[in-house]
Ligand binder design. Sequence first.
Ligand code: KIV
Ligand code: ZN
Length: 408
Amino acid sequence: MAIKYPPQTVDRVLIFDTTLRDGEQSPGAALNVDEKLTIARQLARLGVDIIEAGFPFASPGDFEAVQRIAEVVGTETGPVICGLARATRSDIEAAANALKPAYYPRIHTFIATSDIHLEYKLKKTRAEVLEIAPEMVAYAKSFVEDVEFSPEDAGRSDPEFLYQVLERVIAAGATTINIPDTVGYTTPAEFGALIKGIKENVPNIQQAVISVHGHNDLGLAVANFLEAVKNGARQLECTINGIGERAGNAALEELVMALYVRRQYFNPFLGRPAESEAPLTNINTREIYKTSRLVSNLTGMLIQPNKAIVGANAFAHESGIHQDGVLKNKRTYEIMDAHLIGLADNQIVLGKLSGRNAFATRLRELGFELTETELNKAFLRFKDLADKKKEITDWDLEAIAKDETQGI
Ligand code: KIV
Ligand code: ZN
């Protein structure tokens, strides 16, 4: 049994990216193994602490993707690679096998704890779940040191029952306990209180990292997570562009930038001096825009123009009053610089006079890595289009780049 436990420092907030598992559960967002590997590589460059690479038991394709990512990205200097497993032996075995090549493997096992899930979905009693959960955590622990447990639908579970389950799974070896708001039902104050209750009522809670996972059915996932951080959560499960089941998951870029821009507000909750400038996460924020474009391009899921942080309008000023203010002092209407997320400070407008370098730079910002030959061909197409159109938009550039990379 290879045990390589990751350095679990919790003096900062760990970012657990589940774009390739929960994010891929968005209708129409299916990715093939190569596409998943490309995204995983970029997630590693972005600096996420944990990549949930898939659900190995779910399909041979998912198994292969987790295995490839474990092999290529899950190196000694890379992130923890995680595989999801229901609380069954066969799921856990599939996850353990797929994760074998990873230097830091993590098995994430889950079982529902809300009465509605127990009665209608699992057809199990609370007493049965109290037995199964620690038993399966212990089974996962026989393969890897790093085991995460989620009580699915925790947001609608009886807190007293939740405390009992959590105490038992921690005693069985869970190193992270993840609290999912599976149906995006809780409000920020409620979610914060749930985390506080867990900290105060689970006697062995100090032995595990508290994580949160949340869906955006009421548009509250990010706000819920920020309350959770204030109350002791130190791992956030999120996806690029907030993609995921139904209305999606908490968006990584929004969480990371909220914790960055407002770090002085959050510092005291992490026991840091309020004025500390040290970032609260390990994320290289300058890779955010590129990652967002890559995920959008590969999943085919478009980003709404007014999406926070990565939407086309997120740093655009239209009204005369705002433009005037920004020209006098950017801080009048901007709370962060565009370059922080990897955009050029001053957006270069591409047109017929633009050179190959500006063209290539913009394509890289949009997440396209073209070969020299592809770039040469794409540049000719761009020049051709620029002769016909006054201003070339990002959508035009993406269309050109996609045509070249797909050989159209
Ligand atoms: O939303 C959810 O509850 C999940 C779990 C598997 C963590 O995705
Ligand atoms: Zn989920």
